[in-house]
Design a protein around this ligand. Structure first.
Ligand code: PHE
Length: 351
């Protein structure tokens, strides 16, 4: 019996040497430690042994079992380590590879231009005044001297919002930033109605029109309005301010031009053009005749001053307004205004 145990031990340990993979290891376990293994057969024949043999064979049998189990455990651990080493070598993580870049956001070209405009007008003493986008007919038109039914309203096709019972004063999405003139003047003049302070502000923001869209027209667009009110403000101040703006924005040699026009809320009124800085006024595909149309301007109409709480006998003022996207299009050579709000990253990432 003892010989048999020695044999079980040495064949078991030898066979374990040859084991190469998980499946072979499991087969080895069944063959050498399993229920029908040689070792277990010896255990089951225990009853046939004599009293003297039992302790000797029992001790040896337990030693062999222990030896096989320890060898099995060591082999299993050794194979686990080998597998780990293999996977570390084969599936190497290259820590020297550059990391994946996080997509970085940036300012929308419209915001960039607005900030530049704020800087330029800020240097000239203008403060930013924020005004609402949802307006009433009264502010968008009536207080700006467009009475109900006035034909000049037709220049600005409008989004009206259904709200019962408002009669001649429906809610509108503002068609221009000019209603902010009234809000601002009323706020300023309320501070000291007898002696209202001077105003020197720019009013940026989104405007909405019921437009047929094309490369130069979009149903939403940003305007920049300017307003200066005070004693003795003249048309020369308006011209000087806009000429100075054009030079600061587009370069020292840039010239400006005024053309007589009409707006109900300014008198006299003028459109203003900037000499094309792309061709230097010679005429090119962008400008046509050498001048770029920028926006409208004029002296604040007495009725508008009065509606804002400023006595037209003591105060005068000028106002102007232009499309911010138009400026951005000129500055960056953008050929279609509809790109601005399409949210196409291929467009936005260029700025
Ligand atoms: N609000 C006018 C428009 O949108 C522009 C303008 C502003 C004209 C201020 C004169 C003075 O067409």
């Amino acid at each position: 019996m003892l010989d048999k145990l020695n044999d079980v031990e040495s064949t078991g340990l030898d066979a374990l040497q040859a084991v190469q993979d998980e499946a072979a290891l499991e087969a080895w376990r069944v063959a050498h430690l399993g229920r029908s293994s040689g070792l277990m057969q010896i255990f089951s024949q225990f009853g046939e042994l004599s009293k003297e043999e039992k302790p000797v064979v029992g001790k040896r049998a337990n030693e062999v079992k222990k030896a096989l189990e320890v060898a099995f455990g060591a082999k299993a651990e050794q194979m686990r380590q080998a597998a780990l080493k293999r996977s570390l070598e084969q599936e190497q993580l290259d820590v020297t590879l550059p990391g994946r870049r996080l997509p970085l956001g940036r300012l929308h070209p419209d915001t960039q231009i607005q900030r530049e405009l704020f800087r330029v007008f800020g240097e000239m003493g203008f403060q930013v005044y924020r005004s609402r986008e949802v307006e009433s007919d009264e502010y968008n038109f009536q207080l700006l001297n467009f009475p109900v039914g006035h034909p000049a309203r037709d220049m600005q096709d409008t989004y009206f919002i259904e709200a019962e019972g408002r009669g001649d004063n429906p809610i509108v999405l503002r068609t221009h930033t000019s209603p902010g003139q009234i809000h601002a003047m009323r706020e300023y003049s309320a501070r000291d109605p007898q002696d209202p302070p001077s105003v020197r502000i720019i009013l940026p923001g989104m405007c909405y029109r019921y437009e047929q869209t094309d490369a130069r027209h979009e149903t939403q667009f940003d305007q920049l309005e300017g307003l200066a009110v005070g004693p003795g403000i003249t048309f020369s101040n308006l011209k000087g301010t806009l000429a100075d703006f054009a030079r600061r924005m587009f370069g020292q040699d840039t010239r400006t031009r005024f053309r007589a026009s009409f707006f109900p809320f300014t008198e006299p009124s003028a459109e203003f053009d900037i000499e094309c800085f792309l061709c230097g006024g010679k005429g090119c595909a962008v400008c046509g005749g050498g001048w770029l149309e920028i926006g409208g301007s004029g002296m604040v109409h007495p009725v508008v001053l009065k509606n804002g709480g400023y006595d037209p006998a003591r105060f005068t003022g000028f106002a102007f307004g232009f499309g911010i996207q138009r400026i951005a299009m000129l500055k960056y050579g953008i050929t279609d205004i509809r790109y601005f709000w399409e949210n196409d990253l291929q467009f936005l990432e260029q700025f």
